[in-house]
Design a protein around this ligand. Sequence first.
Ligand code: SF4
Length: 334
Amino acid sequence: MQTFQYQQPTTVNQAVQAGAQSKTAQQYADVRFIAGGTTLVDLMKLDVERPNQVVDINTLPLAKIESAPGGGLVIGALARNSAVAHHPVVQRDYAVLSQALLSGASPQLRNMATTAGNLLQRTRCVYFRDIAHACNKREPGTGCSAIGGHNRMLAILGTSRDCIASNPSDQNVALTALEATIQVEGVKGRRTIPIQDFYLKPGSTPDRENVLEPGDLIVSVTLPAPLPGTRSYYLKLRDRAAYEFALASAAIVLKLNGSRIERARVALGGVGTVPWRSREAEHVLEGQTANAASFRRAADAALKDAQPASENGFKVELAKRCIVRALTVSTQSA
Ligand code: SF4
């Protein structure tokens, strides 16, 4: 591990000013914020992340979970994943988020990992995590070892010829289906970013994963007030029952009128380079009767642009069945 300077700001503004010293916002950034450290410390030990300065934000007052003034819920950036998952309002109004969080990692990791850290979770592509291999995300222009290599866990939606890494988070799939917004404090003040505008597909710059700039500090995530009668569900399919990343997952938020689907939000995990919102599936579902036929049409629409690599073609059908199953369960749960 490379040596680094450690600092512990006492205000959000101090943290932003410290972060703004970084020359880049992404890979090999000079300055990194640390909260739970469940991703960053691993990557520093592997020499994948090599910051000169680590800014510990754990003492900042950003861990509250509280009602939003206009309805909805504000989750502080430093709220631990376990605190969010077990919060009574989250369990009552945003079950999909609680289920997604509890399906991720282990209890010990969930007690440390934070909401903002989870938003910035990095890929589990084995070549990204091993500096002996070429990786465009880690070192732009060096090539992608996963294309033609081990890619069973990687993405089939939103890929490019430079990177096919999947986003590993469960939380972010649920937040996408819930249409969360992300509040960011930066050198130019505060701004709010809808989660669907936060992540960047790899394209020709896979090292750039989101729209954050140097100094930008995520301070909270806001969930909109749930529509009356909304139901939600998260289904995760993986190689083993716990402590494993998704091969495919589906986050569903539905509003039914009898058996008719009035409103649908569908997001997928394990298959996209970013938390994958499927407007195609939503479009198919809305206005339709909730039944096996409409669910399958939605699943087919969601995966119609899938581009599997050499080892992950099975994900296409797996993701479709995941969507159908999640829709089936979510419409039975009221
Ligand atoms: Fe790197 Fe992306 Fe290729 Fe993995 S898929 S080796 S992260 S460029």
